[in-house]
Design a protein around this ligand. Structure first.
Ligand SMILES: [Zn+2]
Length: 309
């Protein structure tokens, strides 16, 4: 299915509705200097920020974001696959064709937030067939057209509306095993999961302002979460504000960092918690999404490619 008529703003709105957050790139899929994909994954841009950003040098979809429809987003980067795919993985949200029919980007929800890369490698040859990517990684996407490629990525298919209602059921590891099995059968060679590579950057996360922490604490207090501090850490324990249980404290929060429910309500950053509690989050320091001048050492030599939209 070709989508040449799809304009960029429609594309961006569709992606954002699916929890696929876009950021500007340049040079066929590189992040703009100063971009922190991990911070952006934990605190993804609003629709307004997404629509106002300048994608004339390329567009990248963040992986590792918490999906508004449940689960976390992982991206499958397939470099060598079958030309015709009989079905999409469970929890599939969006699929785009790459520079050849056998190259694809598939975005899927899983129950866990993968923090690295699971490589799928052909047994015997050692050839990299596909990668499953999570937090702190991002994938180039339509409408980027790499300078040395015949054509850019383009949308192939989207999830259908009813599918959004069902939550993801697979872990990233199960998804990787399933992809390995599927690719083994469709390519006629043995594909296996190589490794889980942890990201090299430390998991610093981002820290909220005192105002936001105070607003969150006030709202939690109002909801009778009854926080108490079991240890000397910044983490406090209480009753989860998102599920009905006043017997077991299942909710842990650090008012400048994040939260987790030990039942099934999820986890996330303090910004994510503020949003779920209905608190409007103030502007936080995050890399500017508008186009900025590239430092000279990053300047593309020649812009010999066009943006497709
Ligand atoms: Zn809960």
């Amino acid at each position: 299915m070709r989508n040449d008529a799809l304009d960029l703003r429609t594309h961006l709105r569709r992606l954002h509705r699916l929890g696929l957050y876009t950021i500007p790139g340049w040079g066929g899929g590189k992040l703009l200097p100063g971009t922190d994909p991990r911070a952006l994954s934990l605190n993804p841009p609003s629709l307004r920020e997404v629509l106002e950003a300048d994608y004339s040098d390329g567009l990248i979809i963040l992986a590792g974001t918490e999906n508004p429809h449940g689960g976390y987003l992982v991206a499958i980067d397939v470099d060598h696959g079958p030309e015709i795919w009989p079905s999409m993985p469970k929890g599939f949200l969006y699929d785009e064709l790459g520079t050849q029919n056998t190259k694809r980007h598939i975005f899927v929800r899983t129950t866990d937030r993968l923090e690295g890369v699971l490589n799928l490698v052909a047994y015997g040859t050692g050839e990299l067939v596909a990668e499953i990517k999570g937090l702190n990684l991002s994938l180039r996407s339509w409408p980027t057209m790499p300078p040395d490629k015949p054509r850019g990525y383009q949308p192939a298919s989207w999830t259908v509306e009813w599918n959004l209602l069902a939550g993801p059921e697979l872990t990233a590891r199960q998804l990787a095993d399933g992809m390995a099995d599927f690719l083994s059968r469709s390519l006629g060679e043995s594909i296996w999961v190589k490794d889980l590579d942890r990201p090299k950057t430390p998991a610093t996360g981002i820290v909220a302002s005192g105002d936001l922490a105070a607003a969150v604490e006030h709202e939690l207090d109002r909801r009778n979460v009854r926080l108490r501090r079991p240890g000397g850490t910044g983490w406090q324990l209480g009753f989860c504000p998102f599920h009905d249980n006043t017997k077991t404290p299942a909710f842990s929060v650090n008012l400048t960092q994040g939260w987790i429910c030990f039942s099934t309500c999820g986890r996330g950053s303090i910004f994510n918690l503020a949003r779920r509690l209905g608190i409007s989050t103030p502007e936080v320091s995050r890399p500017r999404l508008r186009r900025r001048a590239h430092p000279s050492e990053h300047e593309p030599v020649a812009v010999s490619w066009r943006v497709r939209f």
